[in-house]
Design a protein around this ligand. Structure first.
Ligand code: ATP
Ligand code: MG
Length: 416
């Protein structure tokens, strides 16, 4: 992609009306634009990141046996009344049509999926089912000042599992704990599995919490990695010695990037979702629910992966792998840069080529740091023929390497 053609450019200063680091950096670097409080448009650069995150999550959900579908955002009021949530779900957006019909604008999808599944489940042979979607959710959040961390419209992955017994549900729940750990690692986040209260349906749930000063949650955890509880429910106090001798427990601020919990038969009962078991006895299906805030993950990555100059994307989710630029506009330099660009494209490398001729080299370097693509490649007259400057966004030193070697390294090298 040529930067001169890219829709959505960097801007000189971070927007003054944004408090959160993720919103400041993502807007300044040209990834997103604010529409209203908690509502953001994703520009081409931003959508690339969101898609990379979504695809990693999609692969892992498929690995867990999940099947992807896409449910509606306009949801029937009657279904929300059936579960009693039309009046009790605080953040529910309610829409009135000109024909005096009312809808909920989907903040979560039990009210749609459970009646839908009910059409297809009759016998134990139809279970288990693991269904998920990646879709925008709508919530009338009280405060939306944290950029992508708390949207009123935001992208979520929500998976719902349906089982014939609690035993089978727990087996899948345990598998999902493993899958979640792996997913967050692949996304470049170290997320701490944290025990939290289970709300009304169960004694516990698990949250995936990323340590970050700007987070709205707090956990009490053992840095040795064997214990973490949401501070809201925790009985233990900060400073208590860990039972396994890892030293004192710590209290830190965190961002919840995902959570999993048991719904058991709460929604099956509301919608009469039953099946015939092996003995022909009618039983309620039991359910679990597994969420990841995809746009919140993107905001979280920016909150934890940045420096004074801008964003430092983990390579797995970066919008492009390499950022190519020239330091002057001599014909020789431009010809060589064009050649490098073609070679990289032929090799199948996602490269952003800053081909602008009307901005200074200093500006191009500053923009490259702000945008945060993992590898920066510079063509100049100083680098001898067939050589190119290579620098990783997460390292200080630049090096001069042969062009052929650079292409190979861009293709293959792990940049951790
Ligand atoms: P929170 O306590 O932060 O409001 P929640 O308990 O309401 O989260 P869920 O309804 O379980 O969250 O949603 C699943 C995931 O979706 C959360 O773990 C979080 O990562 C993400 N999420 C929830 N609300 C928002 C929001 N307003 N903006 C962005 N992501 C969100
Ligand atoms: Mg919430």
């Amino acid at each position: 992609m040529k930067y001169s053609k890219l829709f959505g450019k960097t801007i000189k200063e971070a927007p003054k009306d944004e408090l959160a680091v993720n919103a400041k950096l993502l807007i300044q670097a040209g990834f997103i634009r604010k529409e209203a409080a908690g509502v953001y448009n994703f520009l081409p650069l931003g959508l690339r990141v969101l898609n990379k995150i979504s695809n990693i999550i999609r692969e892992e959900m498929n690995n867990s046996g999940g099947q992807e579908l896409l449910l509606v955002s306009l949801q029937r009021k009657e279904s929300w009344e059936k579960t009693g949530r039309w009046n009790s779900f605080d953040a529910l957006f309610k829409i009135k049509s000109r024909y005096d019909l009312e809808y909920a604008l989907g903040p979560t999808h039990e009210e749609v999926l459970v009646p839908l599944v009910n059409n297809f489940v009759n016998s134990y042979r139809d279970l288990p089912l693991k269904l998920y979607q990646i879709q925008n959710k709508f919530r009338d959040e009280a405060r939306s000042k944290a950029g992508l961390l708390r949207g009123r419209e935001f992208l979520m992955k929500d998976l719902y599992s349906f089982h014939e017994s609690e035993e089978d549900l727990m087996k899948y729940y345990t598998l999902m704990k493993k899958i979640y750990k792996k997913t967050f690692l692949r996304l470049g986040l170290s997320a701490i599995e944290t025990v939290a209260s289970g709300g009304t349906f169960s004694d516990f749930s698990h949250e995936y919490q990323v340590v970050c000063e700007s987070g709205e949650d707090e956990i009490i955890y053992c840095p040795g990695g064997d214990f973490s509880q949401n501070a809201e429910i925790a009985k233990v106090k900060e400073g208590k010695e860990c039972d396994l001798g890892h030293g004192p427990l710590k209290r830190v601020k965190t961002i919840e990037v995902g959570n999993i919990f048991l719904l058991k038969d709460k929604f099956s009962k509301a919608f009469g979702l039953t099946f015939k078991d092996k003995n022909g006895k009618e039983k309620y299906a039991v359910m679990g629910c597994y969420g990841i805030g995809i746009s919140r993950v993107m905001g979280t990555i920016v909150e934890v992966c940045n420096d004074k100059k801008g964003i430092v994307w983990p390579e797995q989710v970066a919008p492009f792998r390499a950022h190519l630029l020239t330091v002057n506009n001599s014909q020789l330099t431009i010809n060589r840069a064009n050649e490098v660009y073609e070679k990289l494209q032929k090799a199948g490398v996602d490269v952003l080529y800053d081909d602008r001729e009307d901005v200074s080299a200093g500006q191009k370097f500053a923009d490259a740091d702000l945008i945060g693509i993992p590898i920066r490649l510079v063509v100049s007259e100083k680098t001898p023929d067939e050589k190119i400057e290579w620098k990783q966004r997460n390292k200080q030193k630049a090096e001069v390497v042969a062009l052929s070697e650079a292409v190979k390294r861009v293709e293959k090298e792990s940049l951790v």
